[in-house]
Structures are given as structure tokens and as C-alpha cells.
Design a protein around this ligand. Structure first.
Ligand SMILES: [Zn+2]
Length: 158
């Protein structure tokens, strides 16, 4: 959701006593400061970070403290969602036959392919059946590694 920059920010906090200073984070991490602010705001919406004021001589800086429990929950929720999506895709693939167009790579369900006489409505190329086993193997491997990751988070915590 927050991409590479989000990961950088979280990693920085995890190795910096769970603290980040908004004013210096951009420089520390080599990320645009308004990108930093936006990401911290999003994380704050999820309660993953909590704002604190940090005194630096006569200046007051905007700091953020990492809430590790909320981070764990946040990650678990995302992983579970990906897991659900993935298993839905696997089920769909198991229960249906798909066709694909070798020219434009669009994908069609059997009924759709049949309705178009097994030719792509875009470019009239003859459709070919998707290699289900290959794709299923790939998706099942992904599902397994997600499960392993979830298991690890549950057992080890943060
Ligand atoms: Zn096509």
C-alpha cells in the first residue's frame, strides 16, 4: 500500500528505537519530505504510528512513535486479505476453464470464449486454453509462503 518508501520508514523506525522525526526523516531516508509526511499520516490513520512532540533545544519537532502491536495487526490483516484473494483465485482456476489470446493476452472464461467462437473479439486471434496446472502450482506455492509467513508472525511476534 505504501510501497518502497513505506517499508523504508518502518525499517528506519524499527532500528531507531521506534522513533522517527518528521523534519529530518526525508534527509535520513532520501525520500521527499511531503511523501514522508503523507505516509506517516496514513500509518497514523491505522494507529501504527503515534505522534509525539520532541524538544530539540528551543525547537519543537514532530516525532512519531511506532506502535508495534498495531503494526503486527496491520500486517496480519493485509496478509490475511492477500491470502483470501489468492485462495479465491485458486478456487476460480480449479473450477473454470480459461482461454487466453496469444496476441493481446486478454483472458476469457469458457462461456465468453464460446460466445466469441474461440476467437479474440479484439484481434480475431484463435484463443488457446490456459495451462491451469502451471498457474495453479505457482499460486499454490505463493499461498504456502504466505501461510508460512503468517505462522511465523503468530509464533514469534515482533
Ligand atoms: Zn486478442
Amino acid at each position: 500500500m505504501m510501497g518502497e518508501e513505506g517499508r523504508k520508514i518502518l525499517e528506519f523506525m524499527l532500528s531507531n528505537n521506534d522513533l522517527i522525526i518528521e523534519e529530518t526523516a526525508g534527509k535520513d531516508l532520501n525520500i521527499k519530505s511531503n511523501t514522508v509526511r503523507k505516509i506517516l499520516q496514513k500509518l497514523s490513520d491505522e494507529a501504527v504510528v503515534i505522534p509525539v512532540k520532541v524538544k530539540d533545544k528551543d525547537k519543537v519537532l514532530h516525532g512519531w512513535i511506532l506502535n508495534r502491536d498495531a503494526l503486527a495487526n496491520f500486517i496480519i490483516t493485509r496478509l490475511r486479505k492477500s491470502r483470501d484473494k489468492l485462495s479465491a483465485r485458486i478456487r476460480e482456476l480449479e473450477e473454470n476453464t480459461f482461454f487466453t489470446c496469444p496476441t493481446c493476452h486478454r483472458r476469457f472464461r469458457y462461456e465468453e470464449a464460446l460466445a466469441n467462437d474461440f476467437h479474440c473479439p479484439n484481434d480475431n486471434t484463435l484463443l488457446i486454453e490456459v495451462n491451469r496446472d502451471y498457474e495453479l502450482n505457482f499460486l499454490r506455492e505463493k499461498l504456502k509462503s504466505l501461510d508460512r509467513l503468517l505462522e511465523y508472525i503468530y509464533s514469534d511476534g515482533f
